[in-house]
Design a binder for this molecule. Structure first.
Ligand code: FDA
Length: 503
């Protein structure tokens, strides 16, 4: 390839001493393109103009990862780490700017070992959430784990940025339940919680992927779930009063009992209320009629099942099975389209009149959708902002995710992307400000990108996006970065820049 340099030859040669050649793919290998594509979830990052890796390395053990990092450093080859490939901006496998890099694809490192005695598990970063949930469900129908809804999301990226789903209000984020981790740092060392140091262990739990090294595996605490949970899906159209019900939901959902999580999908002219309740329908009915009578919820909407059955039911639909959690390529069909997404946090309920405007904007041609996830509850609202890098806790009513999709055959998404940007501008007065908070795992490069000065990402420039994702934790993250990777070997367009103590 014309991009190849002597340093990239050196990289390959160096790898050959420690990694079997069948685990290393160059651009000319017939497997390179299918492998690159295998976990790309946003096809807008699989077009000819996209800056691709020069190599893909697929380690099968920790020593391969250590060797790849050491060879990369010695030969000036940067590495991007990919676990599940779900990054909204594709940063695990493509670069926004011209750059020579290799991808370390962790999909072969995906063991899940559950220890029922201690209700803990070790899960490798290359596992999907579905593989983790499946193993937990196999071990016991009274254990669960609080993380995202989509079963194909990778553990590595998801845990690095926080990770939340239907158990958020009861048990917090995925990172709130991580008790140990194994990290390969920029010196190629294999570190655990004790040897990486408390600042770095704090940083990798929510401070974002790529910045601190390669996290190989995570030890998590599993959480108790009842033998029977109840799920429901209740659509309310605009003509049935959706504007009023959503307006009311903002006050109700964040203050419900922690066992009850009700999120809202707002699309076109319908608000769909999707819920997981940790208990039976009999126990749920009186809570709904006393706390949220506006939804006019009744027994016919209740579906009782085990927690593990609820996972595919909620995300993949009523025809799906627990075994579908093991399919690494199933995902909602919309994700075969290109998409643009971004996020907000709401700390004060949005007035009814504004919701009426929002509904009229969602009726426009090429409009996107909104997902509202309620916060509150002891384990999310009651945890200090500095406990983990993820700061969106006390006082947050709910998270908003905005998404817009398009068929890749039908265009480049310019219209849909513009719709998201215009809608984001419209929402500014009604959401958190100074900073306007955003969720790292819904990565959006519109929020800002690193500026590299003297071969190191600038701390100052990174504040623009860093405060939105991390608020005041950004500074402590930058100090942790300077401890573990002062030369900024691990970096991307939104990685944490180093900040030496003296700065
Ligand atoms: P990917 O492999 O693309 O990595 C993401 C970032 O982390 C990249 O910068 C990468 O370099 C880095 N990284 C990956 N593995 C690493 C490792 N082992 N060590 C160090 N750095 C690493 N979120 C949520 O909270 N709740 C939800 O319900 C959902 N649902 C959802 C559905 C769908 C369809 C998508 C596409 C995304 C979500 N998400 C989500 C967002 C998701 O949490 C986010 O995209 C994660 O970063 C994805 O992790 P992957 O490992 O799949 O991504």
């Amino acid at each position: 390839s014309s991009q190849a340099t002597s340093s990239s030859d050196g990289f390959l040669q160096c790898l050959s001493a420690s990694i079997p050649s069948q685990l290393v793919f160059t651009q000319s290998s017939p497997s390179f393109t299918p492998l690159l594509k295998s976990s790309i979830k946003n096809p807008k990052f699989f077009t000819p103009s996209i800056v691709r890796p020069l190599y893909i390395v697929t380690p099968t053990n920790a020593s391969h990862v250590q060797a790849a990092v050491l060879c990369g450093r010695r030969n000036g080859m940067r590495i991007r780490v990919r676990s599940g490939g779900h990054d909204y901006e594709g940063l695990s496998y493509r670069s926004e700017r011209p750059e020579v890099f290799a991808v370390l694809d962790l999909s072969n490192l995906r063991a899940v070992r559950v220890d029922r005695q201690t209700s803990t598990a070790w899960v490798d970063s290359g596992a999907t959430l579905g593989e983790l949930y499946y193993a937990v469900g196999k071990a016991s129908n009274l254990l669960g784990f609080p993380a995202g809804l989509c079963p194909t999301v990778g553990v590595g990226g998801h845990f690095s940025g926080g990770g939340f789903g239907m158990l958020l209000r009861k048990y917090g984020l995925a990172i709130d339940n991580v008790v140990d981790a194994v990290l390969v740092d920029a010196k190629g060392r294999l570190l655990n919680k004790n040897t990486m140091g408390s600042d770095v262990f704090w940083a990798i739990r929510g401070g974002g992927g790529e910045s601190f090294g390669v996290v190989l595996s995570w030890q998590v605490k599993l959480v108790p779930v009842p033998a029977t949970v109840t799920v429901f899906n209740v659509p309310v159209s605009a003509s049935q009063g959706a504007v009023d019900v959503v307006t009311r939901w903002q006050q109700v959902a964040p203050s419900l009992p922690d066992d009850l999580f009700i999120r809202v999908l707002v699309q076109q002219q319908t608000a769909t209320f999707q819920s997981l309740f940790l208990g039976t329908c009999d126990a749920l009915l009186p809570v709904m009629s006393s706390r949220f009578p506006e939804l006019r919820f009744n027994r016919t909407s209740c579906k009782e099942m085990t927690w593990i059955q609820s996972v595919p039911y909620i995300y993949l639909g009523s025809g799906s099975t627990v075994e579908d959690l093991l399919n690494r390529t199933t995902a909602a069909s919309v994700f075969s389209s290109g998409y643009k997404a971004t996020s907000d946090y709401v700390r004060q309920a949005i007035p009814r009149g504004v919701w009426a405007n929002i509904f009229s904007k969602l009726a426009q041609p090429n409009a996107g959708l909104m997902i509202l996830d309620p916060y509150g509850g002891a384990r999310i609202g009651g945890v200090p902002e500095s406990a983990t890098p993820f700061p969106h806790r006390a006082g947050v009513l709910y998270n908003i995710q905005y998404m817009n999709f398009w068929s890749m055959a039908g265009g480049d998404g310019a219209v849909q992307t513009k719709w998201i940007r215009d809608f984001y501008a419209f929402m500014a007065p009604y959401v958190s400000s100074n900073p306007r908070e955003a969720y790292f795992n819904y990565r959006d490069l519109d929020l800002g990108e690193n500026v590299v000065v003297g071969n190191v990402s600038s701390y100052q420039a990174g504040m623009v996006w860093g405060h939105k994702y991390f608020k005041d934790n950004y500074r402590r993250l930058a100090m942790a970065k300077s401890q573990i990777d002062p030369d900024d070997y691990f970096r991307n367009e939104q990685s944490i820049p180093p900040l030496a103590n003296s700065n």
